[in-house]
Write a protein that binds this ligand. Structure first.
Ligand code: HEM
Length: 519
């Protein structure tokens, strides 16, 4: 009563009206959103002002730091980098929610500053947000690069392996071989010839090292400060030289792409047979004024496609092949068993390109085991939600960026058992686990609408290279390095590679017959 006496009635009425209106607005909002007025947010590690949880990630690879945090905060947690929230997923069942059950909601990508620049303002497939246009671009990539070029791919894969074996056979005995260089040359050869008709790595542009440029693209695509710290980040990116680095990287890649398009325009004898056409030629035809297709590409669309193949295809496959050879080299039991399978499946007189990898089931398990322990993109590419949703009993707002820890899921003892950290390809012998199929226990290629379109061809490429290296050569660690002492340190953020190059000694298995057999 005293309160009523102190405040005039018009004031009380106004407060009451505002209060009721507020409740009405909240109801209206919560009707539109599936999230209640008091959202149940996922657990999050304690944040610091301004930097959020950045201090938790400093000094460790991000996938490892996030995996450690998930052991305490659970498989669905919220982490803040600066002002930006990230939903971090760390179990196979929660990954299945994102990549399969609610794939239609989580199939977009966050837009970051570097990916915008590198992809010609989100014209590509890999980094652009979900849209009808992107779906069309993905269809073109899948049908023209992967499906229609299958015969060309198998042929080029065989030829590149052949030339890898020939050039290795010319080395004097006991030479130390840099496997990173060998894999880069061979795999670039395959992807560039199928994609662009020309092996870029054999025609480096002046002053730009091919391998370094691809590595650099992965560094800059990981993101700039401005993505998480909108105001101060802009200044840091400018004065730290980051923006200049991004611009240089873009210009280097763009010069390669311009070169390949010019080469196609300047061809004196155009390729007319569909089988012989490379991906770029098909794209240029789809961009020509008299294309019969419903979807006419612009020159920038063509460039964005080439950029995806360059940045998404080569480094990932090379890194996988190098990790596979590292694990094989430090596990002599696996090497022996694998060589015996490869040599039994392929007769001694066959040419390198006749190795039939389909018969080699142990080889298939070795590559799966490599991708389980060393997925090149340990946190996949970030996903983004298109509407409000619920994951693991928690509310997730529309527009949330999602990181899926494929690396951690691949090492989870609750799925893989106590020997989860061990390289043991036999575990796949009685397991019906395939990349992204069924469960999400093994997701080096992601899943759902944003899964990697090379989910079939990339493992085949790695298997073919490994089969040829182990068929024709015996391999040892150099200078008395013991198996257990082989340095396996990781380096990188978006793509995790070996910190040190892999150096091994190759001995021709068939001695001087190698040369004759290959002749
Ligand atoms: C061992 C080799 C490879 C690995 C481990 C790998 C891994 C991945 C991963 C993790 C993603 C993201 C999936 C997701 O966000 O859910 C991805 C997407 C993608 N990859 Fe691969 N990749 C490999 C090879 C390739 C190759 C050879 C190409 C092309 C020539 C390629 C082109 C792409 C593209 C275009 C996307 C974006 C798909 C989309 O957003 O719709 N990748 N890859």
């Amino acid at each position: 009563m005293e309160i009523l006496a102190i405040f005039p009635s018009w004031l009380l009425t106004s407060v009451l009206v505002i209060f009721m209106f507020n409740i009405f607005l909240r109801r209206l909002k919560s009707n539109k959103s599936s999230i209640s007025v008091d959202p149940k947010l996922p657990p999050n590690p304690p944040k610091l002002p301004i930097i959020g949880n950045l201090h938790h990630l400093v000094g460790k690879p991000h996938h490892q730091a996030l995996w450690q945090l998930s052991q305490k905060y659970g498989p669905v947690m919220l982490v803040h980098i600066g002002s930006k929230p990230f939903l971090v997923i760390s179990s196979s069942s929660m990954a299945k929610q994102i990549l399969k059950t609610q794939d239609h909601i989580f199939c977009s990508r966050p837009m970051n500053y570097a990916s915008k620049r590198i992809t010609y303002n989100f014209l590509d497939v890999a980094f652009s947000p979900q849209s009808d246009r992107r779906r069309e671009m993905r269809k073109i990539l899948v049908s023209e690069f992967f499906n229609r070029k299958r015969a060309k791919f198998l042929n080029v894969l065989a030829m590149e392996n052949d030339s890898m074996v020939r050039s290795l056979s010319l080395h004097p005995p006991n030479t130390v071989v840099n496997l990173n260089k060998i894999m880069l040359a061979t795999i670039s050869g395959v992807i560039c010839k199928v994609g662009f008709g020309v092996n870029f790595s054999e025609e480096p542009l002046k002053g730009v090292s091919w391998g370094k440029m691809l590595e650099e693209s992965m560094v800059v695509l990981n993101g700039s400060f401005v993505d998480s710290f909108p105001w101060i980040g802009r200044i840091i990116d400018h004065f730290s030289g980051w923006n200049g680095r991004l611009e240089r990287c873009f210009n280097d890649l763009d010069s390669y792409i311009e070169m390949v398009i010019d080469q196609h325009h300047n061809r004196t004898e155009p390729v007319t047979s569909d089988d012989d056409k490379d991906f770029v030629q098909v794209l240029l035809e789809l961009s020509s004024v008299d294309t019969a297709s419903d979807y006419r590409l612009t020159k920038e669309d063509v460039k964005a496609h080439v950029m995806d193949v360059l940045t998404g295809g080569i480094d990932t496959t090379v890194v996988t092949a190098v990790w596979a050879m590292s694990e094989i080299a430090r596990n002599p039991r696996v090497m022996k068993k694998l060589q015996s399978e490869i040599r039994n499946c392929a007769s001694r007189t066959q040419n390198a390109h006749e190795l039939d990898i389909k018969k080699m089931t142990y080889l298939n398990s070795v590559v799966k085991e490599t991708l389980r322990l060393h997925p090149p993109a340990p946190l996949l590419i970030p996903h983004k939600s298109l509407s409000d949703s619920h994951i693991g009993g928690y509310d997730v707002f529309c527009g949330t960026t999602v990181l899926i820890n494929g690396w951690g899921i691949g090492r989870d003892v609750s799925t893989w058992g106590e020997n989860a950290a061990e390289f043991y390809p036999e575990r796949f012998e009685n397991l019906d686990v395939d990349y992204g199929r069924g469960s999400c226990d093994l997701i080096p290629f992601g899943g759902g609408r944003r899964s990697c379109p090379a989910i079939k061809t990339a493992p085949e490429t790695v298997e073919a290279v490994i089969a040829n290296l182990l068929y024709w050569f015996d391999w040892e660690l150099p200078n008395g390095v013991k198996n257990d002492d082989l340095d396996m340190q990781e380096e990188g953020t978006l793509i995790i590679r070996r910190k040190l190059p892999l150096l091994l000694v190759a001995t021709k298995h068939y001695g001087d017959d190698n040369k004759q057999l290959l002749a």
